[in-house]
Design a protein around this ligand. Structure first.
Ligand code: SF4
Length: 322
């Protein structure tokens, strides 16, 4: 989503006064520098509010941000998210400079699998297409037939011929997609350290405490959590569902910053939820973004032929989405 930042009204509402006072000069310096240097800042929905409302040009989920990365005319893309997201931007826009403010911003899913694991799955299931979730590094995408995000996983799986699909690396997302599409989905044993924490019992307890609460879950959650929710979708699909349904009270079963970031888009909703933070997403701070712009760090590179093989899997996904 294209956004107008800085949104100081949002930040004043979300941040304690001392935090706002510290953030404001950094936000102003970053915005001045990004204009001077022709930089576009892409911000994932799980980033802290001072980044989300202070310095973003575009906010969204992995799918929305990869589309923006592919079409931007800016000379440099600065990615406020985790490493595989910045790498995806470099794969689809190889002529651009792509920066990530902290190279250690990883992901438990992308770290759960190696290219050898993919080759082993292919050898065990010859002829079965491999779908890789976008939460993977470039060398895993390069071994796959097609990429997907949580916004389009079921659509991508349905588009493939045959009854079976190998889905990597998120076991829960794979199982949820199998249930939704009726396909036999062979999964790898990866998990998101944030979404694996939620349980169906938690949802039942919230429903007992707040009758009528509308429960929205991310599909990286366990299938029993997805079954207990009222709606399941990517972070951007969650926002769209809440705007459409307009519940009075809602619970977001996903990373903690999401509710704070979207509160202004769905002002009428009162959120209640267990708070689980992603330590990888939280490695990105305003100070690191400023340093990234000042010192050109850290530049993301994807060598050939890995890049072009990974790009083929991403472009196949984008064609299916279109
Ligand atoms: S929330 Fe989960 S899937 Fe997203 S970056 Fe963090 S560990 Fe990875």
């Amino acid at each position: 989503m294209n956004v107008q930042t800085p949104n100081y009204a949002a930040l004043r509402a979300l941040l304690p006064e001392p935090e706002f006072a510290l953030a404001r000069p950094l936000i102003e310096e970053i915005n001045a520098l990004k204009r001077e240097r022709d930089v576009v800042i892409l911000v994932h929905n799980y980033q802290i509010p001072s980044i989300y409302h202070g310095i973003a040009d575009y906010t969204g989920d992995s799918l929305g941000l990869s589309v923006e990365a592919a079409k931007t005319r800016a000379a440099t893309i600065l990615f406020c998210g985790v490493h595989f997201m910045a790498e995806t931007a470099k794969i689809v826009s190889p002529e651009k400079q792509v920066l990530i403010p902290d190279l250690e911003a990883g992901c438990s899913l992308s770290e759960s699998i190696t290219p050898d694991d993919v080759r082993t799955l292919r050898a065990l299931h010859p002829g079965v297409p491999v779908v890789c979730y976008v939460n993977t590094e470039a060398d895993i995408k390069a071994e796959s037939d097609v990429c997907c995000t949580s916004a389009n996983a079921a659509k991508v799986v349905r588009s493939l011929p045959g009854r079976q699909v190998i889905f990597i690396p998120d076991a829960y997302l794979g199982q949820n997609v199998g249930r939704e599409t009726g396909k036999e989905v062979i999964v790898h044993d990866g998990r998101c350290i944030v979404h694996q924490e939620f349980t169906a019992e938690q949802i039942a307890a919230y429903r007992a405490q707040f009758p009528g609460i509308y429960v929205v879950a991310h599909p990286e959650c366990h299938p029993s959590v997805v079954a207990a929710a009222d709606f399941t979708g990517s972070t951007s699909q969650m926002v769209a569902a809440l705007q459409r349904i307009r519940p009075g009270k809602a619970m977001l079963i996903t990373e903690c910053s999401m509710a704070a970031n979207i509160q202004l888009e769905v002002k009428h909703i009162d959120f209640d939820m267990p708070c689980t933070l992603c330590p990888h997403m939280k490695r990105i701070t305003l100070e690191k973004v400023l340093r990234s712009l000042q010192d050109d760090v850290y530049e993301v590179e994807v060598p050939e032929p890995t890049r072009s093989r990974a790009a083929a899997a991403i472009h196949r996904m984008l064609e299916i989405g279109a």
